[in-house]
Design a protein around this ligand. Sequence first.
Ligand code: UDP
Length: 358
Amino acid sequence: MNQTKKRVLVSGGAGYIGSHVTVELIEAGYDVVVADNLSNCDMTCFEGVKKITGRDDIPFEKMDCCDAPLVEALFSKYRIDAVIHFAAFKAVGESVAEPIKYYKNNLISFLNILDAAKNHGGCNVLFSSSATVYGETDKLPVTEESPRQPAMCSYGATKQICEDILVDVVRATSAYGDEIKAGASELGPVKGIALRYFNPIGAHPSALIGELPRGVPNNLVPYITQTAIGKRECLSIFGNDYPTPDGTCLRDYIDVVDLAKAHVAAVARMLDGKMKKGYEIFNVGTGKPVSVLELVTKFEKVNNLKLNYKFAPRRAGDITAIWADTSLANKELGWKAERSLEDTLKSAWQWECHLAGK
Ligand code: UDP
């Protein structure tokens, strides 16, 4: 029976989103191999994954995907049916200060994965992309057809470039668009899906895995939970003079478990031969804009606490508003966001309490 199980490589699988995806893949019946260099996380979430799934035997390879021979060896050691590639740096501000570090890490690791995939007979590749590729636009919500804007930071640029690399590799090795090139290449066929995430937040309902920022969090929800627990003194809401109903920015906050389920749906689509083109893109969001102030107020209400916050100047590089048109993912992946924002914000708080041992 086990021989027919499909195996998914999750690069960066010990991190925030990767660990939630690993849980959902295992619960959906896939075999998973996790590869992670632990550069931005420790084993906390991987241990949590083992507890949640009751599986002590999930293969874990501590390795850097920038090391090409190691990636080759990984593909030789395991038969890999699909790859979900998370292994990348993701801090916007740091990427502005250290662009070379970002380009090197994010591009080389992905190229190594693609190279190994085509050398080993081809593969289905799911790339973890971001709504950041859309930039600032008046045409909201954004669809997958919305034009990409020039990236505002090196992190965003790496997401765009990796999407483009995947397009080219798919085009060269298999079927892209209407051009079906069966057996046209000496390379193994690579098919690709890019999932463009909006703002992933929250934690697994078990509170055994969640976001573990190193140092001062850049993102809103970990900053909120750390302020609520007393690790940070006060949340700064960056800007209350935006042209939005309450003056604060609008985003599309997607529950991390819902997001993880979108990955399972996309992997199934690839493995079951349901793709309509060799390369596809899906927005993964809720389709609902929520302001920073609304999110803060809701967090206070559902968790029955008061948050210390103040209004502060705008943060450089922030866009006013973005949210997803999710109809394509709803229709083609048969997926939609299900968890309520209330439950998501409760889970974020429970995870922070779990970390604090409360
Ligand atoms: N934000 C904030 N205070 C913080 C962190 C974030 O007001 O300490 C705001 C930020 O300006 C943006 C929203 O929260 O409007 C979401 O920011 P985040 O960094 O989480 O994600 P982004 O949308 O920038 O990818």
